[in-house]
Design a protein. Structure first.
Length: 677
C-alpha cells in the first residue's frame, strides 16, 4: 500500500520537475542567443516564457506552479533590496516617498483617466485604467539597479521610494476596484481595518529589527553553521512576507520589510551573500511566468496597435516620473534616469486587472491587450536603463536654466554614501586590529569583515565599522564596496579561505592593492600566484608590515609610521614576556646597533634541523646567526651549548644580520614569529 502511495506521489511530482527542466534547458539556449546578440537577460527570460507557455509551443502547462516559484523570486529579490537599506535611511527618503510617490500616482491616474475619457469609456473604467498605469515593475527595475550598483545613487533613492509607495497602494487599489465597478462595498471599514493592520506590522518590524532579530542571528551565527544561518535568514524572510500578506499587504512589501529587519543587524552582509544565488534562480521564474501569460496570436492580430500603445505608455509614464523628480528638486540628469527607469507597467497591475475582470470592470480582451502592452514595456526597460546615462548626458548639455541642470535641493550624500578609496580589513585578529587602529589614527576610511559573531557584536558596540560576513562570497565583497576600495588586507588564519579571497578580490577589482597574511613561508608563493601584491608571513611581523605598507599607500608621513611601529613593538615585547613566562633581555637590546636583528623561529616537523646539534646545524658558520635562547614546552634554555639538540616545535631566538636571518627561514620550514629589533 505504501509503495503504491509513493509511486502515485512521484507521478504527481513529475510534471513540475519536467516543467522546470524544460524551462532551464530552453532558458540556456535563449540566453546564449541573447548574449551573442547583446540582448538583456530579462528579455531572454520573457522570450523563454512566451516560447514554452501554453500560447507558444505549449511545452509547459503548469503555469500556476511556475507562478508560485516566481513569487518566491519576488520575495527574495525584495528581501535583498530591503537588506540594502535601513529604517533610518528610508525615513531620510520621506520627501521622495510621500511627495514623490503621491505626485507620481496622482498625475498618472489623471493622465490615464483623461485618455480613457477621450475614448468615451465610463468614469469607473477610466479611473481603473489610471490605476493600472500608475504601477511600475519593482522586480525588473530593482534587479537592474542591483546589477548596476545604483541602489543608493540619487536616481536609485527616488526610484525605490516611488516603488515602495506603489506597493503600499496595491491593497487600497484592490479594495477600490469593486467600488469603481458599481458594487456595494463597505469600503470605509475595510480601509480602516487595513490601515490598522499596516500600523501593527510597522510596529512589529521596528521591535523585531531592534530587539529580536539581532539577538536571534547572533546565537545562530555563534554555531558557525552556514546551513543553520541560511535557514534562519530564509525563515525571517518568508515568515514576515507571509504575515504581511495574511493581513492584506503585498508579498513584495512584506519581503522588503523583512529585509529592513535584517539590515538593522550586523549580519546583513553575510545574509546577502547567502541569498543571492537563490534569488537569481527564482527571480528568473518570475520573468518566465510573465512571458507564459502572453497570447502570441492576439499580438499577431493587432501588432501595430499593441506596439504603438506600449511606446505611448513608456513615453507618458517616463515624462510624468521625470517631471515629478524635477518637482522634488533633483537635477535634470536624475530626472531623466528616474523617468526612463519607471516607464514600464508593473507586475501588480496584472493582479489589479484580474480583480477588475472579476468585478466586471474589465474583460479578457482588455487583459490580453494590456498584458501585451505591459510585456513590451517591460522588455524595453533594460535597454532604456542601459542607454539612459547617454540620453541624460545629452539633455544635460543643452542650454537649460541652472535650476533644471543642478536641481533646487542638493543630493544627499551623507550617511548613506558608500566608502571610496578605503581599506577592507578581512579578519580582526592581531593584524586586523592593528591595521584598524592605524587606519583610524591616520584618518583613513576602512571597513572590517569578520566571521566571529561575538567579535562583531563587541566591536560594533565600540563603534567599529565591522560586519559579519564571509569574504569568499562575491556579494559580501561587493557590499564592502570592493570596486572602489584602494586596499584589501587579508588577515585571517585559514590559508585555503585566504587563497579563495585573493582570487575573488583580484577578479572583482584587478587594480586594488592586495596584501595578505600567511602563517607559513610555503604559502607565500601560492598567494602571489593567486594575485596578491604583498604577502607577509608570521603573526607579529605581519601585523606591523601590513599597516606600514597600507599607510605608505596613503602617503602618511614616515615619521608618524615609525612612531606607531615603535609603540606596537613595545606592546608586542610584553606579549613575548608572557609567552616565555619570565622577563627576558631581548626587548632591551641597544637600538644603536641597527645592523643587528633578533627574530624568533619555530622548528617545523619536516625541518632538516630536527635531531641536529647546534654545532652541526651550521647556523653560525654558514649563515652568521647566533642562537640566544630555545623555548621548549615549559623549559627555557638560555645561551644553549653547542651540543644542544634541536627538536620539532622548538621556539628558537636568533640574532644576526637581516640577510642571514632571511636565509635561514627555509631551514626551519616555518614562518618567523616576530621581529624583535
Amino acid at each position: 500500500m505504501e509503495d503504491n502511495f509513493t509511486v502515485i506521489e512521484q507521478m504527481e511530482e513529475i510534471p513540475l520537475i519536467q516543467a522546470i527542466t524544460i524551462i532551464f534547458v530552453l532558458s540556456i539556449v535563449v540566453l546564449l542567443l541573447c548574449h551573442k546578440i547583446r540582448i538583456p537577460s530579462i528579455v531572454g527570460f520573457l522570450m523563454t516564457g512566451v516560447l514554452c507557455g501554453p500560447h507558444g509551443l505549449a511545452l509547459v502547462n503548469e503555469v500556476i506552479e511556475v507562478q508560485t516559484l516566481a513569487n518566491v523570486g519576488i520575495v527574495l529579490l525584495l528581501f535583498t533590496v530591503g537588506m540594502e537599506f535601513s529604517v533610518k535611511r528610508i525615513l531620510e527618503y520621506k520627501r521622495f516617498l510621500l511627495i514623490g510617490g503621491t505626485l507620481q500616482f496622482a498625475l498618472t491616474v489623471l493622465a490615464g483617466f483623461g485618455i480613457a475619457s477621450i475614448l468615451n469609456r465610463p468614469v469607473g473604467e477610466s479611473v481603473f485604467f489610471g490605476f493600472l498605469l500608475s504601477l511600475s515593475s519593482t522586480a525588473i527595475v530593482m534587479r537592474m539597479f542591483e546589477e548596476r550598483g545604483e541602489s543608493v545613487s540619487p536616481q536609485g533613492k527616488v526610484v525605490l521610494s516611488i516603488l515602495i509607495f506603489q506597493d503600499i497602494l496595491v491593497v487600497p487599489l484592490v479594495l477600490l476596484t469593486p467600488v469603481l465597478a458599481g458594487s456595494e462595498v463597505d469600503f470605509d471599514a475595510a480601509l480602516y481595518f487595513t490601515v490598522a493592520k499596516g500600523i501593527l506590522i510597522l510596529i512589529g518590524v521596528y521591535f523585531s529589527a531592534v530587539w529580536i532579530v539581532p539577538k536571534l542571528l547572533f546565537y545562530i551565527a555563534k554555531t558557525r553553521s552556514r546551513e543553520l544561518f541560511l535557514l534562519g535568514v530564509l525563515t525571517i524572510c518568508f515568515a514576515v512576507a507571509w504575515l504581511a500578506s495574511s493581513v492584506g499587504v503585498s508579498l513584495s512589501l512584506g519581503a522588503f520589510l523583512a529585509g529592513l529587519i535584517v539590515s538593522e543587524s550586523e549580519y546583513s552582509h553575510e545574509a546577502i551573500g547567502d541569498i543571492i544565488p537563490f534569488q537569481d534562480v527564482f527571480t528568473s521564474f518570475f520573468f518566465v511566468s510573465m512571458g507564459m501569460l502572453l497570447d502570441i496570436e492576439f499580438i499577431i492580430r493587432s501588432p501595430l496597435l499593441v506596439i504603438f500603445s506600449a511606446i505611448a505608455v513608456v513615453v507618458l509614464k517616463s515624462s510624468i516620473v521625470g517631471f515629478v523628480t524635477l518637482l522634488l528638486g533633483m537635477p535634470i540628469r536624475t530626472a531623466v534616469l528616474t523617468g526612463l527607469a519607471l516607464g514600464q507597467v508593473g507586475e501588480f497591475s496584472f493582479v489589479l486587472l484580474k480583480e477588475g475582470i472579476e468585478a466586471g470592470i474589465a474583460s479578457d480582451y482588455h487583459y490580453q491587450f494590456f498584458l501585451g502592452v505591459s510585456l513590451i514595456s517591460m522588455a524595453v526597460t533594460p535597454w532604456l536603463i542601459n542607454f539612459s546615462p547617454r540620453i541624460a548626458s545629452y539633455i544635460s548639455e543643452m542650454p537649460l536654466p541652472p535650476t533644471l541642470k543642478f536641481g533646487l535641493k542638493p543630493v544627499l550624500h551623507n550617511s548613506e554614501s558608500k566608502l571610496c578609496d578605503h581599506v577592507i580589513i578581512i579578519g580582526l585578529g592581531l593584524s586586523g586590529t592593528n591595521l584598524a587602529r592605524a587606519s583610524r589614527e591616520a584618518q583613513i576610511p576602512y571597513t572590517i569583515l569578520d566571521m566571529n559573531p561575538e567579535t562583531v557584536k563587541q566591536e560594533k558596540e565600540r563603534g567599529e565599522p565591522i560586519h559579519f560576513g564571509d569574504a569568499t562570497h562575491e556579494a559580501v565583497l561587493k557590499h564592502a564596496n570592493i570596486l572602489k576600495a584602494k586596499v584589501v588586507a587579508i588577515a585571517i588564519n585559514d590559508p585555503l579561505a585566504g587563497l579563495r579571497i585573493v582570487k575573488k578580490v583580484r577578479k572583482l577589482n584587478p587594480t586594488v592593492y592586495l596584501v595578505a597574511r600567511t602563517r607559513f613561508v610555503e604559502e607565500v608563493k601560492l598567494m602571489y600566484q593567486a594575485g596578491a601584491d604583498d604577502v607577509i608571513p608570521d603573526e607579529f611581523g605581519s601585523s606591523i608590515e601590513i599597516f606600514s605598507r597600507v599607510l605608505n599607500k596613503y602617503d602618511v608621513d614616515s615619521d608618524h609610521i615609525k612612531e606607531f611601529v615603535s609603540d606596537l613593538r613595545s606592546e608586542n615585547y610584553e606579549i613575548l614576556r608572557v609567552l616565555y613566562r619570565e622577563p627576558t633581555v631581548f626587548s632591551n637590546i641597544n637600538k644603536a646597533y641597527e645592523e643587528v636583528k633578533t627574530e624568533s623561529f619555530k622548528v617545523g616537523r619536516r625541518s632538516p634541523l630536527v635531531g641536529k646539534t647546534l654545532k652541526n646545524t651550521g647556523l653560525r658558520k654558514d649563515y652568521g646567526v647566533t642562537v640566544l635562547m630555545i623555548h621548549r614546552d615549559d623549559q627555557i634554555i638560555t645561551n644553549p651549548e653547542a651540543e644542544e639538540t634541536l627538536q620539532a616545535k622548538d621556539l628558537v631566538i636568533l640574532m644576526g644580520d637581516p640577510q642571514g636571518l632571511s636565509d635561514v627561514v627555509c631551514l626551519f620550514r616555518s614562518s618567523r614569529i616576530n621581529n624583535l629589533d
